[in-house]
Structures are given as structure tokens and as C-alpha cells.
Ligand binder design. Structure first.
Ligand code: IPM
Ligand code: MN
Length: 383
């Protein structure tokens, strides 16, 4: 097999600490399974880089990263020692965060954020049924509210008008909804294998083993709401085995808290998905355990990017107390993704997931140092 090459971008804040834990686990797995796996570090902390070069990342960052099979990212966004978050945002040259640059530049049009309440994870909802929370939120990652079109008229006056355009294409809508149905099928097949079959009712009373819920705000945002609705209905015809559901985003927020266990796959627009996935992360144990990935399933020349949902948490950075769990779940997902080309990587990914989950089951959300958690997981991998 050809060697799989990973670009590791630790970023800033707690990024380098949690990434160090991921590298240790990768080393252990590589030695154990003789994986054809290599990685290269790109230490590009955004504030420090900006300090020195006047931009948040090297201008040729994307060109450098494109040569890799995947990007493993820690966290970005620490505003730096002067502790002025606005400074980072105000500079013209950093108008788009490197994160958004990557998603766009590599056309990572799927953002997958699974939210499953694993044993040991912090349970914020008191209801016992919370243990059954197991959803996959799929966020449209290429357009919508994030196209960055618009501007400010009469800026600096009290007559100022700011416009921010949203763009929804049939092409991007179709592919994300279809992707959602495909994942629903896969999840149902996986559950059937483990005798964990779930049942969802269709409107006409049939029982299905999976469901896709599409999110819009079509009662107010008519145009793309109608486009999403029509495309959802059309695509669903190809998946009669998958139940369909539609929620308005505000009602979805309510139901995520009221009965999150009723959801399976959720497909949402870029911004609505961004908001819903923070909520979903809390329902499934919090930012400390929430993985995320930005995928380009269509163009194998483009690297996909794997990052935990959490940010750079500058307040606890450098103290060695950041929880690497989310980073390690993310790393497991990366290996599973790369397993499409080299099946040994998928096996390693599954092993890493199981080790992290077992550690969580045993220790729960007990306060432990980064090092301690990493050592415990590495030990499980090597024993
Ligand atoms: C996320 C983050 C980013 C987003 C920010 C940092 C631009 O919140 O990955 O969810 O909005 O997509
Ligand atoms: Mn977010």
C-alpha cells in the first residue's frame, strides 16, 4: 500500500496540547499495526504568525496542505497575549479564518458532527432516555449563510446599512441531502449488525430503521426553505427505507432539548448547523468529547480536515489540563475515513475509538491532566 500522509496543524491555545496526545496514540497504533502512515507538523498558531507576518496563516498554506491525504487540526483562534479578541477579527488580511479558508479551498462540503451520549460522558439532561441520544448532525459546509457576500453602506454613519447575503444552490442542496440519506442507511445497517435496531415512523404509518430530519426556517426564509423542501422530497423517493422529517430550526432547538433521542440523521444549513451542533455537543457530553470533520467525499485529490468542535480555549492553554478526548475521537474518525484507501487504517481507527470510549466509561468526566488521559488510552492501545 501507498503511504498515507497527514498534515498536522496543532494551531494555538490548547490545540498543540491535545494534538500531542493524538500523535502519541498515532505512534502507538503505527507501531502495533505497522501502518504505512506519516505525518508532518505545520506549527501555524494564528496570533503568533500574524504578529510576525501580518496574516493569520502563510499565504501558500493551502498549496502546502493540498499535498496531504488529510489534515488533523488542533484548534485556532487564540487572539494572543494582548487579549483583545477583536484585534484578530478586525485585520483585513485575516477576514476569513483559516478554518473557513480550508473548508472552501478544499471544497469540504460536508461537516459531520456526531452527537452520541457515551457511557461516562457528562449527562446534562436529567431524563434517563438521554442515554439513547445518538444522532449525526450533517452541516452543509460550502455555501448558505457563509458565502461572505454583502457589505456595509455608509459605514461610520448612523445611516449605515449592512447586508449579508445567503446563497443556496440546487447542486449543493442535493448533494448534502443525498449524503444525509446515505449516512442514514449506513447507520441503520451498523445498528442492525449490533442488534441495536431503532424504529422511526413515516407520516403514512410505515416503520423504518433510520430517519433523516431536514432543518429549515421556511416559514420566514421562504426561498431556500422551499428549495430545501422540494429537493428533500425528490431525493427521499430514492430512499423509501428511510423515514423523513422536517423541523423548523427554532422548533428543532426545542426538541433537541426535549427529546434528542428521537433524532437520527439531521441535515442543516451552514449557520443553522453551526448553532445546532454546539447544542448537540452539550447534549452528548460537552465540548470536551465532541468530534467534528470537514469532508470532501467527491474529490479524492482534496484533503479532508479533522478538528474537534471545541475552540482554542486560551484560558486553560499551557496548563496541561485540556481534555484530549474530543481530539482523539476526531483522530479515530480520520483514520476511519482514510480507511477507505487502506483498510488497516480503518481497523486502527476503530481501535482508537474503542479505547477512548472505554477510558470515558471507566473514568467518566473526572478531572484528569491531558497527560494522564493520553497515557491511559495509549496503554489500552498497546496492551
Ligand atoms: C465551527 C466554528 C467556526 C464556524 C468559526 C470558528 C468560524 O464555530 O467550526 O463550528 O462557524 O464554522
Ligand atoms: Mn461553531
Amino acid at each position: 500500500t501507498q503511504t498515507t500522509r497527514i498534515a498536522v496543524t496543532p494551531g494555538d491555545g490548547i490545540g498543540p496540547e491535545v494534538v500531542a496526545a493524538a500523535i502519541h496514540c498515532l505512534e502507538a497504533l503505527r507501531a502495533k499495526h505497522l501502518l504505512a502512515l506519516e505525518w508532518t507538523r505545520f506549527p501555524w498558531p494564528s496570533h503568533a504568525w500574524h504578529e510576525e507576518h501580518g496574516e493569520s496563516w502563510p499565504t501558500d498554506a493551502l498549496a502546502q496542505l493540498k499535498a496531504y491525504d488529510a489534515i488533523l487540526l488542533g484548534a485556532l483562534g487564540d487572539p494572543g497575549p494582548i487579549n483583545d479578541p477583536d484585534r484578530y477579527l478586525l485585520s483585513d488580511s485575516v477576514s476569513l479564518s483559516p478554518l473557513l479558508e480550508m473548508r472552501k479551498g478544499f471544497d469540504q462540503w460536508v461537516c459531520e458532527r456526531p452527537a452520541r451520549l457515551l457511557p461516562g460522558a457528562r449527562q446534562y439532561l436529567k431524563d434517563d432516555r438521554a442515554k439513547d441520544i445518538d444522532m449525526l448532525v450533517i452541516r452543509e459546509n460550502s455555501e448558505g449563510e457563509y458565502v461572505s457576500q454583502g457589505g456595509r453602506l455608509r459605514q461610520g454613519t448612523t445611516d449605515e446599512v449592512a447586508t449579508q447575503m445567503e446563497v443556496f444552490t440546487h447542486r449543493a442542496t442535493e448533494r448534502i441531502i443525498r449524503y444525509g440519506f446515505e449516512q442514514a442507511r449506513k447507520r441503520a445497517a451498523e445498528r442492525a449488525k449490533h442488534e441495536r435496531v431503532r424504529t422511526f415512523k413515516t407520516l403514512d404509518g410505515r416503520s423504518c430503521e433510520s430517519q433523516v430530519c431536514v432543518i429549515t426556517k421556511r416559514n420566514a426564509l421562504r426561498h431556500w426553505g422551499d428549495l430545501y423542501t422540494e429537493v428533500f422530497e425528490a431525493v427521499s423517493k430514492d430512499y423509501p427505507d428511510v423515514a423523513t422529517h422536517h423541523e423548523l430550526v427554532d422548533a428543532a432547538c426545542m426538541k433537541f432539548v426535549q427529546c434528542p433521542w428521537a433524532f437520527d440523521v439531521v441535515v442543516a444549513s451552514n449557520l443553522q448547523g453551526d448553532i445546532l451542533t454546539d447544542l448537540a455537543a452539550v447534549l452528548s457530553g460537552g465540548m470536551g468529547v465532541a468530534p467534528s470533520c470537514n469532508l470532501n467525499p467527491t474529490d479524492t485529490d482534496m484533503p479532508s480536515m479533522f478538528e474537534p468542535t471545541h475552540g482554542s480555549a486560551p484560558d486553560i492553554a499551557g496548563k496541561g489540563i485540556a481534555d484530549p478526548t474530543a481530539m482523539l475521537f476526531t483522530t479515530a474518525r480520520m483514520l476511519e475515513w482514510l480507511g477507505q484507501k487502506d483498510s488497516k487504517l480503518a481497523v486502527a481507527g476503530k481501535e482508537l475509538f474503542d479505547a477512548v470510549a472505554a477510558d470515558l466509561t471507566e473514568k467518566g468526566s473526572e478531572q484528569r491532566d491531558t497527560q494522564e488521559i493520553k497515557d491511559a488510552i495509549c496503554k489500552r492501545l498497546t496492551s
